[in-house]
Design a protein around this ligand. Structure first.
Ligand SMILES: Nc1ncnc2c1ncn2[C@@H]1O[C@H](COP(=O)(O)OP(=O)(O)O)[C@@H](O)[C@H]1O
Ligand SMILES: [Mg+2]
Length: 465
């Protein structure tokens, strides 16, 4: 800070004011005849000249302090001036202390604002601060991610076109109480949200008057939909064979009462339909039992080689009926996992069953067991070198790519009529999926249209003991 100078005019005026009493005494001396006017004048000039240098530094200090306090008042953050004389030191020290207090308060306020912003930004639900006329003041990270861009400063309608949400926002901005409404964001993937608009009274950061909080309920809605679909599907699957059964019972009691040939034929169909219902109920029960235990991993030591050999043997007749062969290619003599033997047998049986059902007649089905050499993304939780891979490969028509992610959903079938005709329930792969989940494994499906499909199950190997 450059040293403030005192203008000569001000300095002179101040000195004259200060030396006024001396001047008066000299004037009185002249009036009384003790001094000649010339001596009186010379004496006053002498007093003036002696006083000037004494006063000068004080005036400079006052100017410096003035300048400093003025700059502080204007919001600048200047250091206190260095004074030449003592009298103003206390005042300067007091002001400097006040200034330090302000500085600390300001730093604390800034830290607190940063903290609130960090909290706002890190909340998982999308939040939008809104000012009058629906202007967006701020979005948190979740909101930017949900909307795919930042629209600070623009109308909320630029990202949210849902009329109910806009209407709720307008109403709250106009002074109404908080409101809640549900809406869907169609892009990039459809998501369902509950939107809550609340008034923010008394905290008008940049004019903020309302906060819009979105809560993602996509998963909840999807689960509700799945449950409803499941009940509808299961009932439908049971009703079809049941109506057939009832129809044939009517016929056997009525028109075909004495027709022994028809009776034989109808009883055959009835047996088939009843077996179908029994299979469906068995699969449904299996599924719910496995799901119930899914959170508790099984702890028996089971050798997959034994399970596979038993299953292959049991499926031999089915293979032979389609002139198919089950080719066993094991690269390990044993593969011990912690598992539940019946569930593992059911898993293998379902995969072999599908391969034989959907593989072409006369083709082989290959069963490969080896140490996992690479892990697909779904198996990222497994350890290479401590996992086993079981692959069942068929030579069938293959599965169109778009169906792959949904194959393990209950009752999901590419061709429902064909699956039914082959005796399928549409629950096999759902059961497989849940058994794998319970065993902390992973499933990968690869398929080439026209060539065939392979289903690979990754399971963690049990630690040796
Ligand atoms: N190896 C396979 N080759 C071709 N499609 C298959 C294969 N395995 C399963 N699928 C398809 O996946 C669907 C679901 O299989 P799954 O749950 O076992 O039911 P299901 O065999 O009773 O129809 C089948 O209907 C079929 O469309
Ligand atoms: Mg099946």
């Amino acid at each position: 800070m450059d040293r403030p100078t005192v203008s000569p005019g001000r300095l002179l005026a101040a000195t004259m004011a200060l030396t006024l009493p001396a001047g008066a005494v000299l004037a009185a001396g002249v009036a009384a005849g003790f001094l000649t006017p010339l001596h009186g004048l010379m004496g006053y000039v002498a007093v003036l000249v002696l006083t000037l240098p004494l006063l000068r530094p004080h005036l400079a200090d006052v100017a410096a302090v003035n300048r400093w306090t003025r700059s502080l008042a204007q919001g600048a953050d200047a250091d206190p001036p260095v004074l030449r004389r003592r009298p103003l030191d206390d005042a300067v020290a007091a002001i400097a202390q006040l200034r330090r207090g302000w500085q600390n308060d300001r730093a604390a306020l800034a830290a607190s604002a940063r903290w609130h912003e960090a909290v706002f930004d890190s909340l998982p639900d999308p939040l939008v601060l809104i000012a009058e006329s629906r202007r967006v003041v701020r979005l948190n990270n979740a909101a930017r991610a949900a909307f795919g861009r930042d629209i600070t400063g623009r109308d909320l309608a630029a990202i949210l076109r849902d009329p109910a949400v806009l209407e709720a926002t307008d109403a709250v901005l106009a002074g109404e109480a908080g409101r809640e409404t549900e809406f869907a964001l169609p892009v990039p993937v459809e998501r369902n949200f509950i939107a809550r608009v609340e008034r923010l009274d008394g905290a008008p950061a940049e004019g903020t008057t309302a906060i819009l909080a979105l809560h993602d309920i996509t998963t909840v809605r999807r689960l509700e939909q799945m449950r409803a679909d499941f009940v509808a599907n299961a009932s439908h699957e049971l009703r079809t064979p049941l109506s057939t059964l009832l129809g044939f019972i009517e016929t056997l009691r009525g028109p075909a009462r004495d027709d022994s040939q028809a009776r034989e034929q109808f009883l055959g169909i009835m047996f088939e339909q009843a077996s179908r219902m029994a299979r469906l109920i068995n699969d449904l029960l299996s599924l719910s039992r496995i799901e119930l235990n899914e959170h508790s991993p099984p702890s028996d030591r089971v050798d997959l080689v034994e399970i596979l050999d038993t299953a292959i043997l049991a499926m031999q007749p089915l293979a032979a009926a389609k002139t198919m062969t089950l080719v066993r290619r094991f690269e390990r003599d044993s593969a011990t996992v912690l598992g539940q033997p019946d569930e593992l047998a059911q898993l293998v049986q379902n995969l072999l069953d599908n391969a034989l059902k959907y593989g072409r007649e006369g083709t082989p089905v290959e069963v490969v067991l080896r140490s996992a050499e690479r892990l697909p993304p779904a198996a990222a939780h497994l350890r290479l070198g401590a996992s086993v891979a079981l692959t069942v490969t068929d030579r069938g028509e293959g599965i169109p790519r778009e169906h792959l992610p949904r194959l393990t959903e209950r009752f999901y079938r590419i061709d429902t009529a064909r699956s039914r005709k082959l005796g399928g329930t549409g629950l096999g792969l759902a059961i497989v999926k849940h058994i794998i989940n319970r065993h902390r494994g992973a499933l990968a499906i690869d398929s080439v249209l026209g060539q065939g499909s392979s289903f690979t199950v990754y399971l963690p190997l049990a630690a040796e003991n």
